[in-house]
Design a protein around this ligand. Sequence first.
Ligand SMILES: [Zn+2]
Ligand SMILES: [Zn+2]
Length: 576
Amino acid sequence: MKNSEAAKVLYDIADLLEMQGVDFKPQAYRKAARSVEELSEDVAEIHRKGGKEGLKQIAGIGEGIAEKLDELLGTGKLKYYDELKKKFPAHISELMEVPGLGPKRIKLLHEKLGIKSLGDLEKAAKSHRIASLPGLGEKAEEDLLKGIGLVKKGKERMLLGLALPIARELESRLGSLKFVSRAVVAGSLRRRQETVGDLDILVVSYKPKEVMDFFTSMKDVQRILAKGETKSSVLLRSGLQVDVRVVEEKSFGAALQYFSGDIQHNVKLREIAIRKDFKLNEYGLFARKGSKYIAGKTEEEVYKALGMDCPEPEIRADRGEIEAAARHKLPKLIGYGSIKGDLHAHTTKSDGADGLDEMVSAAKKMGYEYIAITDHSVSERIASGLKEEDMEKWLKEIREFAKKTNGIRVLAGSEVSIKASGELDYSDDILKKMDIVVASVHSRFKSSRDEMTRRIVNALGSKYIDILGHPTGRLISRREPYEADMKAVIKAAVDNNICLEINSQPDRLDLKDTHVREAKEMGAKFVINTDAHSAAGLNYMELGIATARRGWLGEKDVVSTLPLEELPKYFRKIRV
Ligand SMILES: [Zn+2]
Ligand SMILES: [Zn+2]
């Protein structure tokens, strides 16, 4: 059983308990689900080696949940879960994904209209049976239909953060076969798009038939969609479609270029080839007359023959990179290893699954020079936000801990909510004592564009804010960004010397690439944070860096590439 599958069961249990009106337990199940989801090891492996006791070593998992997981991983089934499901709609988790639907409403829809699935819900909304239910109405019905659309769209594509480990595993599995010299994932994954439709893998091998046999008989294949001599497609159990093509060595670069896309980029490149009297396709670059092979072994060789430098895959989108490549003026993008610290992380003090100690040692292991601990502020009740006096104590504790810690600087801060009024959730008195203040919107997402813009711009006027957290509030394929004039927000951040966050949570990636690029042009500075809620969550950093690269950022644009000594230039409250 995969981590994501085990986590899904725990999330479902949380929802089912919430529908029964049970207190506290749902939160515990959610916390456990999240930490299973973020584990870098296989939970099944932990269970195989250490049984129930092993499971209890995982952050956020106590005796009760360990027992349930023990049964689930041991037998593939969980009686408790099956019993809960009997009382409620069978497809509760897909219903829970619809924005605006919570356990209470699902229960109502189930009892009054017999709605059990997304399909049922859509039918009911389209035939206007929902508007007449208590607490709902025409507007709610309309919103639900929009939400259903979002969920459906999301199902067709997988988050980059989920697809990336699967892609890497396949690359190494295929690449380690002795008759394979290379295996590389191309397509939208290689461009690090925020969601991925399917995986395209290119393989160089002198035994294509053996590659096809191996690929189609892997144990995580659910269905073979097509099997040919050099190309096959399968559907994995994870729901991801994967295509594998065996190509010749001399065509590898051309094929990699071709299958990496994006389409707009490739269309333009082919036009340039034609203008230069070439023909460009997945097999190589050829002379137009006589079809003599010119290049194709590497991508660089193909671009070079066209008079261009080779743009990094992340920026291939026909947004000016082709022109820059032709002028030999491509941007030098921020490297995947260049971040020196994470400035947004939670602990068990608010809604994290790991304690201060675990978070800090994980950050140290990543080679960071600093990490900021930024637990939630008072109005975040669901996320166990801290009252001002408790935060005061917590800051002291962090500082005491920091004194005893070598090899990494622990910064004491908070993720402070921006209230609907545009005021911050804490007084200036405590804010000025923090090394780092991340300010974020966590409530009232539906305000008008003007209200939301005023709210954020107003907050950015505070002297004590360092970073604007997840600036648009979107959750990929679950929640649209809140309406705000992003130009005005970015300008206010620039004017007040406040960094914009690129949040690396797989379903946030907020700011997104296009906003990042716009903000850079307006003179903004950035930080890339994980917003980790467990030690394993710190590993999401690469997703944020990918977003920064897609937004054309270089190392200089990102403040957290600086060593500790230079941080006070941007964050005035930090003393080094
Ligand atoms: Zn937040
Ligand atoms: Zn956070």
